[in-house]
Design a protein around this ligand. Sequence first.
Ligand code: SF4
Length: 285
Amino acid sequence: MRLIKKETYLCYLDRPLCRMEVAPADSDYYRRTRRGTSYSDICYMNFDRLRINFHSGCYFKYLNKGCKFCDVEEGNGYHAFEDLKEAIDLYGGRKELRHFLIGGGTGIANRDFPYVLDIARYIRQTVNKPVYIMTTPPEDLDILNQLKDCGVTEAAFNIELFDRALAEKLMPGKGSISLEVYAKAFERAVQLWGNTGQVRSALIVGLESPETFLQGVEWLCRQGVSPMLSPFRPYDHTDFENRFPEADQEILRLYREAKKICGRYGMILGPACADCEDNTIKVTL
Ligand code: SF4
């Protein structure tokens, strides 16, 4: 990173590659709620979006069925509604806040949804800004109608790996959710929110074969679901800490192929919002 004529540039071996923006630090990140909970545990402000982490950690990890490449800690419970409300009230008044994401960690969708509904309702009744949910897919599809009714505007159910044999091996909990369950949730979600990018699903680049990865992109597009490409990154203390990410040229090739497939179906590579591209592959040429 280098400052050139007061602009910040991303550099490689001191050679400027492109202009970049640095996200400002969040002054409330280290504050605590009245109950003593750190805001950094329950929410995360990212440019124009506040992520509400309603679930503490990952339920699949708690069951000893966590994804082998993921460093999220185990958890089997929810953050207190009082704390979440305080975070929504505090950040909700900020000018730059455009929307909310309810997600973070992983719980069990059918068990979680009453709470997700309560949070979405509270946001709509107080701040009244758009709400995006990122969860596992519900089996009871009427939940999606309820979410739409209480103001949810976008939904993501991330399949991560299209090769389901590999998914079951690397993601013993989440990978056991069948593609049929995802497909039914996608079908209802697209009926409710449309096929122009409001319904999305992440696929990891660099864990499965290029063939199954691209089949996954096509499978999503065919259903009106916008794929998001998430690069594999090795995290410490996981089974994959020593595995290299995919080579840059291969990532670029897969990105281009995925874009071509999206183009054939009139879909966009998600997310549509530039500020929400964290953790996804976006290429500036
Ligand atoms: S990626 Fe897997 S282990 Fe990590 S939070 Fe999601 S379900 Fe849990």
